[in-house]
Design a protein around this ligand. Structure first.
Ligand code: TXA
Ligand code: MG
Length: 318
């Protein structure tokens, strides 16, 4: 099979209608998409990613009235969040309707739903009679893709098409919020800062230690990992001295002056947290392909998107 990297939405719709996988752009990261209501093709997503079956997939929709087809007993606060942040980088975990196949939810009684904010993917979804299941388009535990090229580097010609929507504007996966009764719980830090969610629904209980499967504690702390060892630190210059015999790459927030480093990427020269988040995974892909012995990543200020960036860096370090 030869993969087409394409902007042709109709062509991708045709493939999805035929029961194929297609990689899709979203504002957060690229997804590996298929008909969410077809268990057979969804199984191929798990196989392609090497993803364990207990780890559920997010279902992507394009309009509000699809929500109640997929989910039930929806708390008012979920509607408030959808109203505030959809389309956008927010996934809601809600009790599932019977129409959602077990394979999507890893056997859980809940389903994750998101309305992505990318014009090409919205157009794609509008022309389909089903929602799309899509995990990030990377092999299990690897760094998420933020460009069509990243997806191609991972899967080569194993998927028929990659819908090319350019580089992802947010660059971190969606923030995941679920509920215990009416009480909101933060399951994954992401593209929408915790503080912004709290401004809408009040204080969140945080349960991000184990992003996914509470029944398998700690298992998934390794995630978003480059092949090159990565260490998060506060004093990069000191660490560079300790590792002076190695080829070391530096991933910094804004500073570029590290004479002992082999390669330096500053995520935002203007100290803009949003820009740093957008560039994070691209920088990890580049550093990982640079033949380094070690990557030293600067710890970010623990607030807003900085907290989401730190979450990814610490999982990359494990
Ligand atoms: O930004 C995103 O969310 C991207 C784009 C493609 O939409 N998707 C994404 O999917 O990051 P994935 O599969 O890489 O991560 C989805 C996360 C996983 O940690 C999964 O366990 C969690 O969402 N999740 C999905 N459904 C869930 C459920 N019913 N209960 C708990 N966690 C769930
Ligand atoms: Mg993922």
């Amino acid at each position: 099979m030869k993969t087409s990297i394409t902007k042709d939405v109709a062509k991708c719709q045709k493939l999805l209608l035929e029961g194929e996988l297609v990689a899709i752009p979203t504002e957060t990261v690229y997804g590996l998409a298929a008909n969410a209501l077809d268990s057979k093709v969804v199984k191929r997503i798990f196989e392609m990613k090497g993803r364990p079956a207990f780890n559920p997939l997010i279902v992507h929709i394009h309009q509000m009235d699809q929500l109640s087809i997929l989910a039930k007993d929806i708390p008012q606060k979920a509607y408030d969040l959808a109203e505030a942040f959809w389309p956008g980088s927010l996934t809601l975990i809600l009790p599932k309707q019977d129409i959602v196949p077990e394979i999507i939810t890893g056997g859980k009684p809940t389903v994750g739903v998101r309305m992505p904010n990318h014009p090409l993917t919205q157009e794609l979804l509008k022309g389909l009679p089903f929602p799309l299941a899509a995990p990030s388009a990377n092999p299990f535990t690897r760094v998420s893709p933020t460009s069509a090229q990243h997806v191609w580097d991972y899967f080569g010609d194993r998927i028929p098409a990659i819908l090319d929507g350019g580089p992802c504007q947010v660059g971190l996966e969606s923030t995941i919020v679920g509920f215990e009764g009416e009480a909101p719980i933060l399951y994954r830090k992401g593209g929408i800062p915790k503080e912004a969610i709290e401004a809408v629904v009040g204080e969140l209980r945080v349960s991000t230690e184990n992003e996914i499967a509470p029944e398998a504690p700690g298992m998934l702390l390794k995630h978003y990992s480059p092949k090159t060892p990565l260490v998060v630190c506060d004093n990069i210059k000191e660490k560079l001295k300790e590792n002076s015999l190695k080829k070391v790459g530096v991933l910094s927030f804004y500073e570029e002056d590290f004479p002992l480093a082999t390669k330096v990427i500053a995520l935002s020269k203007n100290k803009m947290m949003e820009e740093a988040a957008t560039s994070l995974f691209e920088a990890l892909h580049i550093l990982d392909a640079s033949g380094l012995d070690l990557i030293l990543a600067e710890r970010f200020p623990e607030k807003g998107l900085g907290s989401s960036i730190n979450d990814r860096l610490f999982r990359a370090q494990n």
